[in-house]
Design a protein around this ligand. Structure first.
Ligand code: PMP
Length: 363
């Protein structure tokens, strides 16, 4: 048996994959696969509309927010957010707490002025409290990444923007893992390949008054207004991905909803962090405790900078036991265990067991 701790594309619930398999050649009695279905057909319309309705119910999305399904992943949204919003005043505030918010800021800087609200740091291991932020009350929006997938830094609060400044959030790697109050946000976006489904689909939740303020040069497929007017069917959408995403939403509904996911996430991540904290420094996580990610747990073995031989041995042992894709991101090294919604508690316990045994043998 294989347990996939990948950071994304990541594990999908087995039940969902079995459902996909069962219906692969004949989707909902149509006689054809969903991949062969016209995106303009009534059969497909039902799939997309149900997925969006289920997402709205799961997150309690108010009626003045639109749900858009787009392509281009999180990276596409780095550009889309700027194209659609930065023209409001010409500048935007970016809270840079890791690799992904840093990339987003660089992308946006091509289309307007970007103001970094935090001083530059050499390592991303914290989220400075909001009282220290240098925000601009005239910013078109204030942008942050709720969970930095590479460094394992997750916000423990929702920022409060200056009056009239919309809050834009990249939730690609912790979407649907804890309840959120959508009304606090102007835009939320999330690429699918971690908590939602296969790579290729991006979910955007946008407050309706923010639609229609795009730069004139905005490419049509990144344009929130055009996407909204066309019910996310401006061009051919990633139909298969949207179908699987809909099945994942139903799986979440059957498994306690967002609260259920939050409870699982808490239990799984605590199990691993407890082992790290009780290992007398054998395992080391550089991230400040209050912002340690529940989704991506990065750690070093042997010392704070990692012992190369021990880390290689740990990865080999894990692989021999079927636990794969535990290698840390190339920019930070070490180990990274990603514990997205589809990872079960027993699977996390397998990893915990290995960590404890490895500690006993090498401490
Ligand atoms: N934001 C976050 C938080 C991510 O983790 C990633 C991808 N790992 C991205 C954005 C970029 O997503 P994509 O590869 O879909 O462009």
């Amino acid at each position: 048996m294989v347990i996939n701790f990948a950071a994304g594309p990541a594990k999908l619930p087995e039940e969902v994959l079995r459902d996909v398999q069962k219906n692969l050649l004949d989707c909902n009695g149509s006689g054809i696969s969903v991949m062969e279905m016209s995106h303009r057909s009534s059969n497909y319309a039902k799939i997309q509309e149900t997925a969006i309705a289920d997402l709205r119910a799961l997150l309690n999305i108010p009626s003045n927010y639109k749900v858009l399904l787009m392509q281009g992943g999180g990276t596409g949204q780095f550009a889309a957010v700027a194209f659609n919003l930065i023209g409001r005043s010409g500048s935007a505030d970016y809270v840079i707490t890791g690799s992904w918010s840093s990339k987003a800021a660089k992308e946006a800087a091509q289309y307007g002025k970007v103001n970094a609200v935090l001083p530059k740091v050499s390592k991303y291991v914290e989220v400075p409290r909001q009282s220290t932020w240098q925000t601009d009350p005239k910013a078109s929006y204030i942008y942050y990444c709720d969970n930095e997938t590479v460094e394992g830094v997750e916000f423990d609060f929702v920022p409060v923007p200056p009056t009239g400044v919309p809050l834009v959030c990249d939730m690609s790697s912790n979407f649907l893992s804890r309840p959120i109050d959508v009304t606090k946000f102007g835009v939320i976006f999330a690429g699918a390949q971690k908590n939602i489904g296969p790579a290729g689909t991006t979910v955007i939740i946008v407050r309706d008054d923010l639609i229609g303020q795009h730069l004139k040069t905005t490419p049509s497929i990144l344009n929130f207004e055009l996407m909204d007017k066309n019910s996310s069917l401006l061009n051919t959408p990633p139909t298969f991905g949207i179908y699987v995403m809909g099945l994942v939403f139903q799986w979440i509904k059957r498994n306690g909803g967002i609260e259920g996911m939050a409870e699982r996430s808490r239990a799984k991540s605590q199990l691993i962090y407890n082992i790290i904290d009780q290992s007398n420094g054998f395992y080391y996580c550089p991230v400040e405790r209050n912002v340690r990610s529940r989704m991506n747990v990065p750690f070093r073995i042997g010392s704070a900078t990692g012992n190369d031989a021990l880390e290689k041995e740990f990865l080999a042992k894990a692989e021999a036991e079927g636990m794969i894709q535990l290698k840390g991101h190339r920019s930070v090294g070490g180990i990274r265990a990603s514990l997205y919604n589809a990872i079960t508690l027993p699977e996390t316990q397998q990893l915990a067991k290995l960590m404890l045994a490895f500690y006993e043998n090498n401490k």
